[in-house]
Design a protein around this ligand. Structure first.
Ligand code: AGP
Length: 606
């Protein structure tokens, strides 16, 4: 994770670096720092904590310079502290780094023998000393090539040099890096968002590339040092999407936006008149695909799991689901007739990217479902399905989860139709339900007051469980993940039918258990499982859909009802109260909802 920025200009750069760092805080927020070059000296200011603290420090220790680099950190090697904060500098160079240097211990030993003194516990500091060492005998370009060859692991780097006061070097392997072009100044940043307030003209480095950024010129090189040309992309401006308006938190705004994002996505993919699904230029014929492998991490993994249920229900395709960090290191038997689908909000998740890269290297059919269409995963996959939900800023994924599920559901319908595995009238019914979904999701938002009244039971607890069967099981996993990441309480999502095989032992008097039991084909079974936990003292919050029939169960603590739709679309409506439950629980505890502890929005380290 971590965010990096670099600016070379004919104006002072400190305040622009601070502004960019604020935008990068979603990538890491345990420490921050800045270094500039001025009058032949490298000046550094760093601190533990947020960019606000860094800015306060900068009001006391003024640093100047028309060239500089900045960093927000998500600690990997060494605790979050001022000394471990980036930039790391020697007398000659200063470096900001996003990634992990896997052979740092070996390199450190070698450098200590050469007389280098280390100040921090970070892996990054070896890069500083390695550059300093190689600069003794090599020119800048040769030094960079040699250093990059020595480093194992992943990195995006920004480097300034005491003796080259007119340039910043950027380099990437594994971690993302963009270059921005401005008037009499150029930039380096972990993503386009960091640079958006300064420019909408962006180029992306490919894996292994490095670049030399001057205020009036940018040169790109591949890993052999050959010059490469880069396309300059023009980004659309959607600054207002990054504003939380009247909401207290981005997460609150993003939850409330869901009916709109559902509507936009449905309109984007489906022709309302004909019911046709607009997935054009799909590079493969449907008979070339007989299985599907869905891969993602965290919430994105949960949407993959959800899609498995849909694909198995509506098509005869074989469906596999994988967590990217497992997939990438397993001995996979790649199948020529499989479509590998990578799901990622950010499109930068290191494990998902590595899994995609592995599939590409094995010549597989790869497709991605992403929110950020300029991302590495989107750029490297052979076909891209955007989720059209606008920037998601809160670390806890909400609208992107619904967006991912929606696109996967639509893709599933498209396959079912192309493979003639769905009857025309059933297909049309499902399309009709999709057009109604946004309105029903709006109703799910109205569960607010009920959630607010129950959430205190989810704050100071030993743990909680989220149970569901069938379509509701991935949603139970997602509900539990949301509660843990925001409220820092143990929450476990479980298939309701699995409880008696162990977890039932956890149930004791007053333990809060969320049971997802919509009136679908699993309903009766789930209600029986619910009885089993109630009988053992659990305090059950039941989430179901509206019905004229009473739930035949006594001693349910609280009940929330969502609207009715087809069984396979109910997961969308059940998700929203769970997002709110996590939100209000964290709010009650006064936690930092948009930036929960130890986490980051874009997970660019493995
Ligand atoms: C969700 O609330 C999490 N913050 C996290 O699990 C996230 O979904 C995961 O890191 C994957 O991110 P991606 O969708 O950007 O690849």
């Amino acid at each position: 994770m971590c965010g990096i920025v670099g600016i070379t200009s004919n104006k002072q750069v400190t305040s622009s670096i601070i502004n960019s760092l604020r935008k990068l805080e979603y990538r890491g927020y345990d420490s921050a720092g800045i270094a500039t070059l001025n009058d032949g000296f490298i000046n550094e200011v760093k601190c533990e904590g947020r960019v606000d603290t860094l800015e306060k420090n900068l009001s006391k220790i003024k640093i100047e310079g028309t060239i500089g680099i900045g960093h927000v950190r998500w600690a990997t090697h060494g605790s979050p502290s001022t000394v471990n904060a980036h930039p790391h500098s020697s007398e000659k160079v200063s470096v900001v780094h996003n990634g992990i240097i896997e052979n740092s211990t070996i390199l450190k030993k070698y450098l200590i023998k050469k007389g280098h003194k280390f100040k921090s516990q970070t892996d990054t500091e070896v890069i500083v000393h390695l550059i300093t060492e190689y600069l003794k005998k090599n020119d800048l370009k040769k030094t960079i090539l040699k250093v990059l060859k020595k480093l194992h692991g992943s990195f995006a780097l920004g480097i300034i040099f005491k003796e080259q006061p007119d340039l910043i070097v950027g380099a990437r392997r594994g971690s993302p890096l963009a270059v921005g072009y401005g008037p009499n100044e150029n930039y380096l940043g972990s993503d386009s968002y960091a640079l958006k307030s300064m420019t909408n003209k962006i180029s992306y480095l490919n894996d292994g590339d490095f670049c030399i950024v001057k205020k009036d010129q940018v040169e790109f090189f591949d890993n052999k040092g050959n010059k490469v040309n880069k396309k300059i992309l023009k980004l659309s401006s959607n600054e207002q999407d990054y504003d939380k308006g009247d909401y207290k938190h981005f997460m609150a705004k993003e939850i409330e936006e869901q009916p709109t994002t559902i509507k936009n996505c449905v309109n984007e993919y489906i022709n309302k008149m004909s019911g046709d699904i607009n997935i054009f230029n799909f590079p493969w014929k449907s008979n070339e695909i007989s299985s599907i492998v869905l891969i993602g991490c965290g919430t994105a993994y949960h949407s993959c799991l959800m899609a498995k249920y849909w694909f198995e229900q509506l098509t005869n395709l074989d469906v596999g689901v994988d967590i990217a960090s497992e997939f990438r290191y397993r001995k996979n038997r790649f199948k020529k007739d499989a479509l590998y689908i990578f799901v990622s909000q950010s499109g930068e998740t290191a494990d998902t990217f590595a899994a995609l890269d592995l599939c590409n290297k094995n010549n597989m059919k790869t497709c991605s479902v992403v929110n950020v269409v300029e991302s590495s995963i989107a750029r490297e996959s052979k076909f891209v399905l955007p989720i059209h939900c606008g920037p998601e800023v809160g670390v806890a994924s909400t609208k992107a989860f619904l967006g991912q599920m929606l696109v996967l559901y639509i893709l599933c319908l498209k396959f079912a139709q192309m493979r003639k595995e769905i009857k025309k009238n059933v297909y049309m019914e499902k399309i009709k339900s999709l057009f109604l979904l946004s309105k029903l999701a709006k109703k799910s938002l109205e569960t607010d007051s009920k959630i607010q009244s129950v959430c205190s039971s989810f704050t100071d607890i030993k743990g909680s469980m989220f149970l569901g069967r069938g379509y509701s099981f991935p949603i139970a996993l997602e509900g539990a993940l949301k509660l843990k990441e925001l409220s820092y309480v143990h929450a476990e999502g479980y298939p309701a039918g699995e409880m008696k095989h162990g977890p039932l032992a956890l149930i004791e008097d007053g333990l809060p258990v969320v049971v997802l039991a919509p009136r679908d084909e699993y309903y009766k079974k789930t209600i029986s499982n619910m009885q089993e936990v109630i009988a053992r003292g659990a305090k059950v919050l039941l989430i179901t859909n509206k019905s004229k029939d009473e739930v035949h169960s006594e001693n349910i603590w609280e009940k929330i009802e969502v609207e009715n739709t087809s069984e396979d679309l109910l997961p969308f409506l059940l998700t929203i109260p769970l997002q709110k439950l996590a939100y209000y629980s964290a709010f009650k505890k006064g936690y930092d909802i948009d930036k929960p502890r130890n986490l980051a929005k874009s997970v660019t380290v493995e």
